[in-house]
Design a protein around this ligand. Structure first.
Ligand code: AMP
Length: 625
């Protein structure tokens, strides 16, 4: 029987906290949840008002409008201003996430609002009147609207979310999305890849024993991507991803717009000069496109001019675009090392996959029917809701694929960080490396586990420390200590150290994920970027010092052992070179240390070779050949 919790303070029933799934799209965004009773994912829609004939939609256009006083409107409300106030109406902000002007300048014409272009290398900003907005802020306006909408529909506060991003989004873009969430007052529990979410919505990967290779074909409003995923044991792996961030429904609208413009004797410059006309044509073009998904022809008018399009003409117009997507599919398969026949399932995502020609072309390419039963506009958000539910702990059987947010490693000589598992590694994962002792007869080895991106452990975070004891006495460098890191699916790190010659071993459990807030992870990453140059210099210095110290030790041992084979002159010059190196080690100059190491090597090389020869001859003598 299910347990019901009662909040003693308020006397009300305690509802489990809702975690929403959000698809933050280029053209449209939406929120989904797992229905508390049916346990099925649903996209949130405003309940129909008194006018039942007006269907409400789960989609919120990813459009932001700023009025003269800077007041913000998002969604359908903002969409109306695309025509009348194009300079104050921002669309496709997702395309700007994590981008510099240099990245987008070849498509700058596409945007009918002002993008700041004076500093081409720093992150873009959008100018509306005398205000500047970063793409993060713009996205946060959309997320805020989605949050409020969800709260209004669910009648409960919504503070936690899972947000999806394209699989190809880099770290900067993912971080930007996370920051946008934070700015909107959301605790972003996870950033999930869109194709992974779409697969989940089709129930793929939800069964533990399933092993499948899936192609997710996502043609949305602004972008196209194809991802090849492999799902096994509930773990989703992105094998490859390909696509075009400037190919989508918007481009189809643009193709229709240009077709009509040509028919009506309008040049690109005419359209550029009359942004209002351009936006009106764009909206008509989109209307025509959608109409042609279910009808054979479209006809309308604008300012008295007829705008017509037949399906055959439309198909010819979009054929090059479709071909482009298929070329990407080919490349994605190649990168994944898979043939078309290895694909078990094809999942269709994005509003533009409603176009019959696209469904046919994709299905012909893969040689099998495509999966299009889930609403292609909602499929990603529905999957995000499923992920959110898993995170809420309601689907415990499912293993969550996660990544390590920061690198994991151990302290080595000179306080350096030796990374065993780099950040962003998929878990479960394991890594191993061999280490040895530095001192003769060393019987123990201290193993300190750290998390972080900096080169020096003092700048990283210590997670655990333990001693591998009882190593049998051996000369320095002889013991072989195999250190293995294993992160299981729960994010628990197991560290095992084993001396291979004696079999002595020790294991500890560390929980790397806990205790670090997002902000701390962020700060640690930021610091690693800021200090990257210093870190490289310090690492080089520490490495030079460690090498120098080790050389001093081995030289000293060598001289003690082979004193009788060396001339007084050789011992004297060695002592001088050792002293010079010792001096250099106290200074912060790696070149000087290297120079002194080299000098000491030069002094010792001749007699070292001579002594080796004697040793070999001696060894040979004892043998009867
Ligand atoms: P998304 O980014 O997934 O929300 O996809 C939105 C894109 O899908 C827009 O370019 C829409 O114009 C397009 N779209 C929506 N419905 C249809 C349809 N019935 N036929 C063709 N394209 C559509």
């Amino acid at each position: 029987m299910a347990k019901i919790a009662i909040n003693i303070a308020t006397g009300s029933l305690q509802q489990p906290e809702i975690i929403v799934g959000i698809d933050l799209g280029t053209t449209n965004s939406l929120v989904a949840i797992i229905h508390p009773e049916t346990k099925q994912p649903i996209a949130l829609k405003e309940p129909a008002g008194s006018d039942e004939s007006v269907a409400t939609s789960s989609l919120v256009p990813s459009i932001i409008h700023f009025d003269e006083r800077g007041a913000v409107a998002v969604g359908e409300l903002a969409k109306h201003y695309l025509i009348t106030q194009p300079a104050q109406t921002i669309f496709s902000a997702k395309r700007l996430m994590g981008k510099a002007y240099d990245d987008i300048k070849k498509n700058a014409d596409f945007f009918s609002y002002k993008i700041i272009d004076d500093n081409t290398e720093s992150l873009v900003k959008v100018q509306v009147a005398d205000k500047f907005y970063s793409p993060i802020e713009l996205s946060s306006f959309i997320l805020k609207e989605l949050k409020q909408r969800a709260e209004h529909i669910l009648k409960t506060p919504v503070n936690k979310a899972v947000i999806t991003v394209p699989a190809y989004f880099n770290d900067a873009q993912r971080q930007a999305t996370r920051d946008a969430g934070k700015l909107a007052g959301l605790d972003v529990l996870r950033i999930v890849n869109e194709p992974t979410a779409a697969s989940l919505a089709y129930g793929l990967g939800l069964s533990k024993d399933e092993s499948k290779t899936i192609a997710v074909y996502d043609l949305g409003g602004g972008t196209f991507d194809i991802s090849i995923l492999h799902i096994s044991n509930g773990i989703v792996e992105v094998l490859s991803t390909n696509g075009d961030t400037y190919l989508g429904g918007d481009d189809i609208d643009q193709a229709i717009l240009e077709y009509w413009a040509t028919q009506n004797g309008l040049t690109r410059d005419d359209l550029k000069a009359n942004k209002t006309l351009m936006q009106s044509l764009r909206l008509k073009a989109e209307e025509a496109k959608k109409h042609l998904s279910f009808n054979d022809s479209y006809s309308s008018d604008l300012n008295g001019e007829v705008l017509a399009l037949h399906k055959a003409e439309f198909n010819t117009l979009i054929q090059p675009l479709v071909d482009c997507t298929l070329t990407s599919c080919k490349m994605a398969l190649k990168d994944a090392g898979k043939s078309v026949t290895a694909i078990d399932t094809i999942v269709m995502v994005g509003g533009s996959t409603r176009i019959p020609l696209i469904k046919e072309a994709v299905s012909a390419f893969f040689g099998r029917a495509v999966n299009d039963s889930v609403n292609p506009d909602e499929v990603v958000a529905l999957g995000a809701a499923i992920q959110a539910d898993i995170l809420a702990g309601n689907n415990k059987d499912f293993l969550l694929l996660d990544i390590t947010p920061l690198s994991l490693g151990i302290e080595t000589a000179g306080g350096l960080m030796d990374v065993l598992i780099p950040r962003n590694s998929k878990i479960p994962t394991k890594a191993g490396r061999q280490y040895t002792t530095q001192i003769d007869g060393q019987s123990g080895m201290r193993i300190a586990v750290y998390q972080g991106e900096r080169d020096l452990i003092k700048d990283n975070r210590k997670l655990a420390e333990f001693n591998l004891t009882n190593i049998p006495g051996m000369p320095a460098g002889l013991p072989k200590v195999e250190l293995s890191f294993f992160i299981n699916a729960d994010g628990i790190l197991l560290v095992k150290a084993k001396e291979l010659r004696s079999g002595v071993e020790q294991t500890i459990e560390v929980k790397p994920q806990y205790g670090l807030t997002d902000t701390e992870v962020e700060t640690m990453l930021m610091e690693s970027i800021t200090h990257a140059k210093d870190d490289i210099a310090i690492r080089a210095l520490v490495e030079a010092r460690t090498e120098g110290e080790q050389l001093l030790q081995t030289t000293e041992r060598f001289i003690q052992k082979n004193n009788s084979y060396l001339s007084a002159e050789e011992i004297k010059s060695t002592a001088a070179a050792m002293q010079a190196l010792q001096m250099a080690l106290t200074m912060d100059d790696k070149n000087l240390i290297h120079q002194k190491i080299e000098s000491l090597n030069e002094v010792s090389r001749p007699y070292a070779e001579r002594v080796m020869d004697i040793a070999v001859a001696f060894a040979m003598k004892g043998k009867i050949v």
